[in-house]
Design a protein around this ligand. Structure first.
Ligand SMILES: O=P(O)(O)OC[C@@H](O)[C@@H](O)c1c[nH]c2ccccc12
Length: 271
């Protein structure tokens, strides 16, 4: 079993236990359940924003412990003040050290799109994402059948959530893309081997259907990487470790985005 298969096997078990402890009807009573979502797509395309989806990630299977004691409040507010377009919050506990409350905390302190980053394999998790205050969910093509991608994406839309479909190669893109996908993410990290290569995004850029927002994910380390990805049509940039490995991730994001502004000769709006 590779790590991705291990994560998904564990996730299925976790979700079936949760369904008993905390049934869907309770999720639907959450204070966030009936609130309007903020569009991730729109914020990424805003000219006055950097396009960066800044991620909160405490640890990962590939990098081990990154920043276990991060302050969600300070980091999420700081990321947005630095000029990020949106937040990504890892809620998986076992492998990434996150929790649902991390997203709820980020939600309380920010009016901005929040991507719930988890391994979604069941409808329950989509209702849960809405209940904790997410605006968008991630679907990973490598762990779902095309039929599952479609039905999960359709459910997400019915709850007002946008869908970021993550692919790693052309076969996944062709197989899993459907009319319910709002954003297409190309993960530069191979989740089976952990190898990172920005060329994964570049080589797939032309294959992404028109009108879908293109997001490059993982391994983005310097403002020049964003310039290169932009020149290949990418509009969104998901960045985790580059910021999180600093004791103050929001400061790291601020200086990164300042450098990017100099390159782009624009002043990205402070949220
Ligand atoms: O820390 P990085 O290399 O900047 O990567 C961020 C993000 O792309 C990565 O965390 C990620 C992309 N897809 C995922 C799926 C699950 C968990 C995590 C991820």
């Amino acid at each position: 079993m590779n790590i991705l298969e291990e994560i998904v096997a564990h996730k299925r078990k976790e979700v079936s236990e949760k369904k008993n402890l905390f049934p869907v009807r309770l999720l639907e009573q959450s204070i966030f359940f009936h609130t309007q979502s903020v569009s991730l797509k729109k914020y990424i395309l805003r000219e006055d924003k950097s396009g960066i989806i800044a991620e909160i990630k405490r640890k990962s299977p590939s990098k081990g412990v990154i920043n276990p004691n991060v302050s969600i409040e300070r980091t999420s507010i700081g990321y947005m003040q630095a000029g990020a377009s949106a937040l990504s919050v890892l809620t998986d506990t076992k492998f990434f050290g996150g929790k649902n409350e991390d997203l709820t905390t980020a939600r309380k302190f920010n009016f901005c799109p929040i991507l719930r980053k988890d391994f979604t394999v069941d409808e329950y998790q989509i209702i849960e994402a809405k209940s904790i205050g997410a605006d968008a969910i991630l679907l990973i093509a490598a762990v779902l059948t095309p039929e599952e991608v479609k039905s999960l994406a359709k459910l997400a839309h019915s709850l007002g959530l946008e869908v970021l479909l993550e692919v790693h190669n052309e076969a996944e893109l062709e197989r899993s893309f459907n009319e319910y996908i709002d954003l297409l993410g190309v993960n530069n990290r191979d989740l089976a081997s952990f190898k990172v290569d920005l060329n994964t995004s570049i080589s797939l850029s032309e294959k992404v259907p028109h009108g879908v927002v293109k997001v490059a994910e993982s391994g983005i380390n310097q403002p020049e990487d964003i310039e290169l990805l932009k020149s290949h049509g990418f509009e969104g940039f998901l960045i985790g470790e580059r910021f999180m490995r600093s004791a103050r991730p929001e400061k790291s994001a601020e200086s990164f985005i300042e450098k990017l502004s100099l390159h782009d000769k624009v002043n990205y709006a402070k949220a």
